[in-house]
Design a binder for this molecule. Structure first.
Ligand SMILES: C[S@@+](CC[C@H](N)C(=O)[O-])C[C@H]1O[C@@H](n2cnc3c(N)ncnc32)[C@H](O)[C@@H]1O
Length: 294
């Protein structure tokens, strides 16, 4: 994939041809490792695009910030799923600055989080960023006030239900998904989305999970008409209190605690490493350390 990327080819298409659609990778249409490698190889490109077109970035973030603001309590927490290089959360934080308590974001790609940390630092913004998988989020139930996405569920076609289950589990008030909406797209766009293995049926999947869908429509601002951005807002009708613990082991669901240079789940004896200040919290990163003393 690295060689294909260097030659300017579509690395996801290459991976789909080599791996097929069904081998491993969590049962989705794109192999999970292929998604990770493809996005990791692109690290740095979103910051470049943002620097070259700051106006579009600002409009994009304004559209999203307006939707988030509808549900964010004063001083509440927010989290961006698949935060990439933080080019979206940076703008959202600038716009909602005074209303936000803690900001979080995660991505499957370490290289993108590394770029994201730089970008936030350059822009004097703060968010706690870590590596994690959408289908196994290392946070406790009801731990974040507003969970949102900006085209990060997109490549997880076939895994709509596990993705939405996790989003609804960690959100306290609402899940604001800004994603390409297959059912509202043109036939040409739908064909393209099928070819790329993009998500479909987000509204139906959310309803199947018993979520209340408050908003479902295409948005005005979209970067590519062949990948039309829309919004699906899911509301948690019965608000439950967050657990006393915030982090949770993505493999076992036990309580996870940051401690110096690791995240440690003492009940099960599992440790997750921190690589160059980035917590590595995918279940694949779990290290069995029953003899570890903290
Ligand atoms: C189209 S980019 C959008 C990035 C960012 N949200 C933005 O607005 O610029 C999709 C991002 O989702 C991440 N992603 C895709 N599938 C993921 C998964 N299963 N778990 C975590 N991150 C994922 C990718 O690594 C990538 O950074």
């Amino acid at each position: 994939m690295r060689a294909e990327y260097a030659n300017g080819n579509n690395v996801m298409a290459y991976a789909r041809n080599v791996l097929g659609k069904t081998i491993g990778g969590g049962g989705g249409q794109n192999h999970r490792l292929a998604t990770l490698v493809a996005y990791d190889l692109q690290a740095g490109t979103y910051v470049e695009v943002t620097k070259n077109n700051p106006d579009f970035n600002q409009q994009w973030c304004k559209q999203l910030a307006g939707l988030i603001a509808l549900f964010l309590p004063k001083g509440g927490s927010l989290l961006e799923l698949g935060v990439g290089e933080a080019t979206t959360i940076n703008g959202v934080l600038q716009l909602l600055n005074t209303d936000i308590g803690d900001a979080y974001g995660f991505d499957i790609s370490w290289s993108r989080i590394a770029v994201a940390n730089h970008w936030l630092h350059e822009n004097s913004q703060k968010a706690n960023l870590f590596v994690a998988d959408l289908m196994n989020i290392p946070l406790a139930d009801n731990s974040i006030d507003v969970v949102y996405s900006s085209h990060s569920l997109e490549p997880n076609g076939g895994n709509e239900l596990p993705c939405l289950t996790e989003c609804l589990r960690i959100a306290r008030h609402a899940v604001v998904l800004v994603e390409p909406l297959y059912e509202l797209a043109s036939p040409e766009a739908q064909q393209r989305m099928r070819n790329h293995g993009y998500v479909q049926g987000l509204k139906q999947a959310a309803e199947q999970l018993g979520a209340e869908v408050l908003d479902y429509r295409l948005l005005d601002i979209t970067s590519n008409p062949l990948n039309p951005s829309g919004v699906v807002i899911l509301h948690k009708s019965s608000i439950q209190n967050a657990k006393s613990s915030f982090w949770q082991c993505p493999l076992t669901g036990s309580q996870l605690k940051p401690s110096d240079d690791i995240y440690y789940a003492s009940e099960v004896g599992i440790t997750y490493p921190i690589l160059r200040s980035i917590p590595m919290l995918r279940s694949e990163h779990a290290i069995i350390t029953s003899g570890l003393k903290v």
